[in-house]
Design a protein around this ligand. Structure first.
Ligand SMILES: NC(=O)c1ccc[n+]([C@@H]2O[C@H](COP(=O)([O-])OP(=O)(O)OC[C@H]3O[C@@H](n4cnc5c(N)ncnc54)[C@H](OP(=O)(O)O)[C@@H]3O)[C@@H](O)[C@H]2O)c1
Length: 245
């Protein structure tokens, strides 16, 4: 199937420094979008920007925003500053996330719990809150959030991560109900096992060469960013390329 183009579309990606977010940023740029890369370190963002210039062959690279998602006030400031600069936003792909510590429920510290919730869940609430007015100004605003099969609590010792992703599913599905009568569509994408640093941390003995790469599933994000997309409040399974529930 031919990939939809993203020419003229403005897309913000969190977690753009590596793993899935980086591959999504590159795929969006290759498809013609102007990409706003967000990540914790300026150096890592510059490397992705250099790669974008190299793959697109265009002198204009991405817009880079250094943003640690633990700093909620900085997330809240994103919407107003992007409004001043661009006036709208067409796509947000919220890819950043952490696994946290894998440990029995009785041993989870409140600090470790809070860190996973802050980055995987509350940061995405703040993103929706600050970016929604900009998505509404797009002809076809598309919000994509990365969830996990772990949200259904299938792994012992994974409680903070599983709860954060289950909460994200509920948050995004609720948001989707609220925007159903607008031009905005909000969905979740479950990537399946992907060879990234997070996966290696979760399964250290695994042979990463047996897994799909982040680049393999990046086209699924383009599908969910398509202005023609009608699905809303659903989970797209990138492994089976089908919609779940
Ligand atoms: N890989 C898999 O098998 C898999 C499966 C299911 C779901 N997922 C989900 O896919 C998403 C991407 O995961 P990945 O596998 O690509 O992981 P990854 O390679 O570890 O990348 C995580 C990304 O999140 C960013 N990040 C972490 N903490 C941050 C913070 N405080 N502020 C801003 N950015 C922060 C990282 O930035 P730095 O470079 O600064 O650390 C990095 O760009 C996550 O939401 C994850 O839960 C992954």
């Amino acid at each position: 199937m031919t990939q939809p183009r993203m020419d003229g579309r403005l897309a913000l990606v969190t977690g753009a420094t590596r793993g899935i977010g980086r591959a999504v940023a590159l795929a969006f740029a290759k498809a013609g979008a102007h990409v706003i890369l967000t990540g914790r370190t300026a150096g890592a963002l510059t490397e992705v920007d250099d790669e974008i210039r190299s793959v697109t062959g265009k002198p204009d690279g991405a817009t880079l925003i250094t943003l640690n998602l633990k700093h909620g006030d900085k997330i809240d400031a994103l919407g107003p500053s992007l409004y001043t600069r661009f006036g709208k936003l067409d796509v947000v792909a919220a890819c950043a996330g952490i696994l946290g510590t894998l440990t029995p429920v009785g041993h989870i510290t409140t600090d470790a719990w809070a860190e996973v919730m802050d980055i995987n869940l509350t940061a995405n609430l703040r993103l929706i809150r600050t970016l929604h007015p900009l998505l509404e100004r797009s002809e076809a605003g598309r919000a994509i959030f990365v969830t996990s099969g772990a949200a259904v609590a299938k792994n012992a010792y994974w409680a903070p991560y599983a709860v954060s992703k289950a909460g994200l599913d509920a948050l995004v599905k609720t948001y989707a109900l609220e925007v159903a009568n607008t031009n905005v569509r909000a969905n979740l994408l479950s990537p399946g096992p992907i060879a990234t640093a997070m996966r290696a941390k979760a399964f250290p003995g695994e042979d990463a060469s047996t897994l799909k790469t982040a680049a393999d599933i990046a086209p699924a994000f383009i599908k969910l960013a398509d202005p023609k997309l009608t699905e809303n409040g659903r989970i797209y399974d990138a492994k089976t390329t089908s919609w779940l529930g």
